[in-house]
Structures are given as C-alpha cells and as structure tokens.
Design a protein around this ligand. Structure first.
Ligand code: FAD
Length: 397
C-alpha cells in the first residue's frame, strides 16, 4: 500500500477496502478477460460494477452529486494504484479510461443540461463514453495541429465530417466527446452514438485487451448536431482539452503503477521459492538486481505521481509535473513488468501468472496520452524557454 503519503484515515480505509475487493472479487475473474475480444465484456463490466457498489467503493473520482466520492488527486493516487493491481479493478470502480477522464472534463465544463444528460449516468456507470481525437495519418496523432475532422456551422447547429481511430470504448458507448476543427480553432462536441452521422466502423486488433469496447475506427459523415452539443466554448477545444489531459494522464500512471506492482509482487514470490544452483533464485546477484531495480522504479514512479497530484490539488495545471510523471511512469512500469517476466522464466509468459496480460496491456501506455518523445520534446522546450526567461507556451503535451 502507498497510503503513507496520505494521512487521511478515510482515504486509508477506502484504499484498504479497494485492496480487499481487488483480491477477492476482481482477480478471481481475470480469466474472463478475452484477449481475442479486445475488451472487458459488457456483462462482466456490469457484474464487477454491481459488486463494487455493494462494497461501497464505486466511483472514487466522480462528483458526490451523482453518487461518487470525489476524492482529490492525492487521494486518487493511493486508491487508483490499488484498483490498478487488477486489470479489472478500474472498470469495476468506474475509474477506468476514458470514462474517468470524461467525467472530470464534464464536471469542469459541461452545462447544467449536459451534466444531467451525460455526467449523471456516466458517473453512476449506467452508460459508457469515448473521447475522439486521434485520426489516421495524415490527421491528428502525436501532433494535434494536424486535426482534420471539421465541424461547419449551420443555421441550426453543426455538421461534422472526418475519420477517427483508436477510440477507446467507442463500440457500445452512449456518446463521444469529439474534437473537430472549427473556423477559429478546434471545438469539442458531445455526439450521441445513436446519431446516424457517427458510425463505429470496426474495432482494431490491438495488443491490449482490458478496455471495454476495445479501440474503434469511427467515421463522421454529415453528422448533424445541435448548438447544445458544443462542450465548452466554440474554438476553445484545445484549451479545454488541457483540463482533461493533465489529470487523465496522471490517473493512467496511478492505475498502471498498481498493475506493475502486481507483476513485481508475483515475480518476487516466484524468485523467493524457486530453487536454483544450490540456493533460491532470489539469492542470486543478478536476480537481486532486477528485484531492487523494480523497487526503485516503483518508489520513483510513486513519488512523481504524488508530487504531480499534489500540484493539481493546489490548483496548478501541473503541465510539467504530469508530463514528467507520464514519461517516467510509462517507461518505468514497462521495465518493471519486463523484469518481472524475466524473473519468472517461461511461466511469466503464460496465462498461469498475471504478468503476460499486464505486459500486453501496459506497452501502449508509452504511446497514448502523448508518446514519450512528445513529452520529452515539450519538457525540453519548456526548460529552454524558461532559461531564456520566455513565457511558457500552452503546450499540448
Ligand atoms: C491503446 C490505445 C488507446 C488509445 N485511445 C485513444 C482514445 O480513446 N482517443 C483518442 O483520441 N486517441 C486514442 N489513442 C491514440 C493515441 O492518442 C495516439 O496513438 C497518440 O497520440 C500517437 O499518435 P499516432 O498513433 O498517430 O502516432 P504518430 O503521431 O504517427 O507518432 C508516431 C511516433 O512518432 C514519434 N514522435 C512523436 N512526436 C515526436 C517528436 N516530437 N520527436 C520525435 N519523435 C516523435 C513517437 O515515437 C510516436 O510514437 C489510443 C492509442 C492507443 C495505443
């Protein structure tokens, strides 16, 4: 447990309950994750969420107004790490991506009518959502300025045209937050999945398999929405995206740190009992180095997460801190899981241990929410500008 960072007994108790829930309710169901289906099945999601509600640990990040616990970022760091120990944990607690980030964004910028229609049922787990930004090349990816999906104003609303892909959870979601180019910048729109102009064309065959709905290709063809569908202000899409980006990349770090820790715990238990060359694996120097390096990566990741969470709780956008944490944690957690697999030998590559599944699911984290290279580019530019006394830009990463 990482609760020593938070002295609040409520957070401590909540995190302990999450830990118990993950052990007793989530981990036993992990064999139901179907790697071929690329997503936690909708029925399994419902079952897990029912159990989490019964355990009193549902929706730790959602607004209290809609039944959530609305813990601050520092508390979330403790709780989401525990939830992340199972790939099913965040979905069970309704704090998985993309819903968790969308809840945060809607809570900050949605109108009262949008809160009732989208935020309330999303917080309660009654519906799912997606966030549609990325487009196939030559459209928006690491560089958001390549955004090519357009929204054109009409007398009664807007018409959206374009293609998105890699949209997590699009298949089966009730709505998507869609980023489109408008005459003076970019704008976010709330588009209902039943809108005939928005179609989930197919689900991609991806490495990971623990996001309900998988990752979809979504087409917008003369997609008509009303003025009420604008989320935030017209032409302020990139500014509003920043509201979601920093905290959402940090919650990813929290969850993946939990998963990496689970892989490490599994490897340490294996090494401690595995007879080898007249001793145990855990007593051999090169194995000790891997175990120690994992411990170092876990501690360093946690420290960066908690520092960034603290900054967010002070009201700072914490752009640098979340960017540094995202880059380090995405790479460190992959190293941890990779070493854990190595320590366990062949069993680490099989479904008998949880490591192989975590390995597959954690790898893409170095690409989404900003590839490491974009973050390094941004961190470096920021450092240089600061040294020159320049004004800090509103970087994407
Ligand atoms: C599992 C998963 C889930 C996702 N979910 C969503 C979602 O729900 N919604 C959504 O909109 N998108 C989603 N994405 C897409 C994700 O945000 C993009 O993949 C990411 O922004 C990178 O864009 P791209 O894949 O087009 O890569 P590209 O833009 O083509 O970049 C390719 C590579 O270029 C390199 N690069 C980038 N910038 C630099 C630089 N400055 N210097 C040097 N090298 C650089 C990086 O190595 C990068 O990986 C998801 C992706 C994955 C893998």
């Amino acid at each position: 447990m990482s609760y020593e960072f938070d002295t609040d007994p409520e957070v401590h108790d909540f995190a302990l309950q999450v830990r118990k829930f993950v052990e007793s309710e989530a981990i036993p169901l992990e064999n139901q994750i179907d790697a071929q289906a690329h997503g936690i099945a909708p029925e399994l999601r419902v079952q897990l969420q029912k159990a989490a509600k019964a355990a009193g640990i549902f929706a730790p990040t959602a607004p209290k107004e809609f039944g959530g616990k609305e813990f601050n970022h520092a508390a979330q760091a403790v709780i989401l790490e525990e939830a992340g120990r199972s790939l099913l944990g965040p979905t069970a607690l309704n704090c998985a991506a993309p819903d968790e980030g969308n809840i945060l964004l809607l809570n900050k910028i949605a109108t009262p009518a949008q809160r009732d229609k989208y935020l309330a049922p999303l917080s309660r787990g009654e519906i799912r959502s997606s966030f549609s930004m990325t487009e196939p090349s030559p459209g928006a990816g690491a560089d958001p300025n390549l955004l090519s999906t357009t929204a054109v104003k009409t007398t009664s609303g807007w018409v959206i045209n374009g293609n998105k892909w890699l949209i997590t959870g699009a298949d089966g979601a009730a709505f998507s937050i869609v980023m489109a180019k408008t005459s003076g910048g970019a704008t976010m729109f709330l588009v209902d999945n039943e809108n005939p102009g928005m179609k989930v064309v197919r689900n991609l065959d991806t490495l990971d398999s623990a996001f309900t709905g998988g990752h979809g290709v979504v087409d917008f063809n003369e997609c008509v929405v009303s003025d009420d569908a604008v989320l935030g202000q017209v032409d302020e899409g990139f500014v509003n995206a920043q509201v979601r980006l920093g905290p959402a990349r940090l919650t990813h770090c929290m969850r993946w740190l939990g998963a990496a820790r689970r892989a490490h715990e599994t490897a340490v238990a294996y090494a401690a009992q595995r007879p080898m060359f007249g001793t145990e694996l855990s007593s051999l120097g090169m194995a000790q180095q891997m175990i120690a390096d994992n411990e170092i990566d876990i501690e360093a990741s946690r420290a960066l997460i908690h520092r960034a969470a603290w900054k967010l709780d002070q009201g700072s956008p914490a752009r640098k801190e979340t960017s540094v944490a995202k880059t380090f944690v995405a790479e460190a957690t992959f190293r941890i899981v990779d070493r854990s697999m190595q320590l366990c030998g062949a069993s680490g590559t099989t479904g008998d241990l949880p490591i192989a599944q975590i390995f597959r699911d954690i790898r893409p984290f170095r690409i989404y929410d900003g590839p490491s290279e974009v973050h390094r580019w941004s961190i470096s530019r920021r450092a240089v500008r600061q040294s020159q006394g320049g004004k800090l830009p509103g970087d994407w990463a």
